[in-house]
Design a protein around this ligand. Structure first.
Ligand code: PLP
Length: 436
């Protein structure tokens, strides 16, 4: 067998370029991280060759004696890592990623067109929690993800001023809408989740309570974020964000008289997926082993310290953060006071090798023109950055923003005209050199 480099130099070169980009730029996307060598070895292992439809010890193909042990190991470590009693909680480790994990939960526990309530996308929620776009012109709404195609969704919002979940609105709307499920969790929420308030509203309305802890699962596993397991009926997560594993998804479910276990297992396979990706499952297993070490606890603490240091520095420079700061791994920077969109600022950051993403901030009306950016600490904390490094990043970001504002003065409001002025800009070149 020949290596990738020999077999396909063109593709090999692209992968090398991407590796170089990841390590040369300042990687601040809140949902990204750098996996370990151990995880990478699992992903490139012989496990990728094997079909193992079904569950451990109940497969549709032969030759699964070893794969069964891998999957059981992953299940056991998942329950142990999150401190769960095997008699009370079960886990399915087969979802290919976070979105299929969420859809499997809906498929298992809801009927088509049942009502759900999740955090709205412009408020920091995720597409899979049931999001619509609205066309004022046509006076229609459009389902964007399969969740809002197959289920009736009434999203709840954050308060436009405080940036915190608006529980008054949620309680009022839930009482009228009577959702079958309330979904907690999001992609851009910098504060702790008030699980008790959600539980009360779910109980008042007979709704199931799902927590999608994808973003904070590395903080939950190390007790650096409040655990949702005391409150939620079902918990989903991705494994590649703050948990630092391979791309995959997990579904934890309560084992009680409601009988979630067979429903969830059947929703994953055969309803939605085929053969599990056992190489990914092995990668998750080895990452869960790492997540239980004292070093990973220190890592998670540093992630929070770094996000807090970045936030505090930006605030000290006079900038505005949604909710005023952060309790977790990310900050949401509101650029509306500076009168520039997140899209334009993201372009300038890209040009100077700072990777972050445009994001809606509280008060934004549309996800199409986001008013800010989301900045996360997990990836650079893996690269051993500490508070002073994140303060320096704030200084770079301040410089990038000043450049962006100058360019906007020349370009006017259109993104296309703005982008056209980035190439060959001397200040961008100088800042890029400094960042590198
Ligand atoms: N749930 C949340 C809260 C997320 O932030 C994301 C991804 O960003 C997902 C689910 C979906 O995960 P995936 O991209 O792995 O499908």
């Amino acid at each position: 067998l020949v290596s990738l480099e020999e077999h396909d130099p063109e593709l090999y070169d692209l992968i090398e370029q991407e590796k170089n980009r990841q390590w040369k730029s300042l990687e601040l996307i809140a949902s990204e991280n750098f996996t370990s060598k151990a995880v990478m070895e699992c992903l490139g292992s012989a496990l990728t060759n094997k079909y193992s439809e079904g569950l451990p010890h109940a497969r549709y193909y032969g030759g699964n004696e070893i794969v069964d042990q891998v999957e059981v190991m992953c299940q056991k470590r998942a329950l142990q890592a999150y401190g769960l009693d095997e008699d009370k909680w079960g886990v399915n480790v087969q979802p290919y990623s976070g979105s299929p994990a969420n859809f499997a939960v809906y498929t298992a526990l809801l009927k088509p067109h049942d009502r759900i309530m999740g955090l709205d996308l412009p408020s920091g929620g995720h597409l899979t929690h049931g999001f619509y776009t609205y066309s004022k012109k046509e006076n229609t709404r459009k389902a964007v993800s399969a969740t809002s195609v197959y289920f009736e969704s009434l999203p709840y919002q954050v308060d436009p001023v405080s940036g915190l979940v608006n529980f008054e609105q949620l309680a009022r709307d839930a009482a009228l809408f009577k959702p079958a499920m309330i979904i907690m969790g999001g992609s851009a929420y910098p504060r702790e989740w008030d699980y008790a308030q959600f539980r009360k509203i779910a109980d008042d309305n007979g709704a199931l309570l799902l927590m999608d802890m994808a973003h904070i699962s590395g903080l939950v596993v190390t007790n650096e974020a409040v655990s949702p397991f005391d409150y939620a009926d079902v918990v989903t997560t991705t494994t590649h964000k703050s948990l630092r594993g391979p791309r995959a998804g997990l579904i934890f479910f309560r084992k009680d008289e409601r009988g979630f276990e067979p429903l969830i297992n059947q929703a994953v396979f055969p309803a939605l997926q085929g053969g599990p990706h056992e190489h990914q499952i092995a990668g998750v297993a080895t990452q869960l082993k790492e997540a239980m070490t004292p070093e990973f606890k220190v890592y998670s603490q540093q992630v929070k310290k770094n996000a807090a240091a970045l936030g505090a520095k930006l605030v000290s420079m006079g900038y505005t953060l949604a909710t005023g700061g952060t309790d977790n791994h990310l900050v949401l920077w509101d650029l509306k006071p500076q009168k520039i969109t997140g899209s334009k600022f993201e372009k300038v950051c890209d040009a100077v090798c700072i990777t972050l993403n445009k994001n809606c901030v509280p008060g934004d009306r549309s996800a199409v023109t986001p008013g800010g950016v989301r900045i996360g600490a997990p990836a650079l904390t893996t690269r051993k950055f500490v508070e002073e490094d994140f303060e320096q990043i704030a200084v770079f970001l301040d410089a990038a923003l000043k450049i962006a504002l100058k360019i906007q003065e020349q370009s006017g409001p259109k993104l296309k005209d703005f982008v056209a002025l980035l190439d060959g800009n001397d200040e961008i070149a100088a800042l890029k050199a400094e960042v590198n």
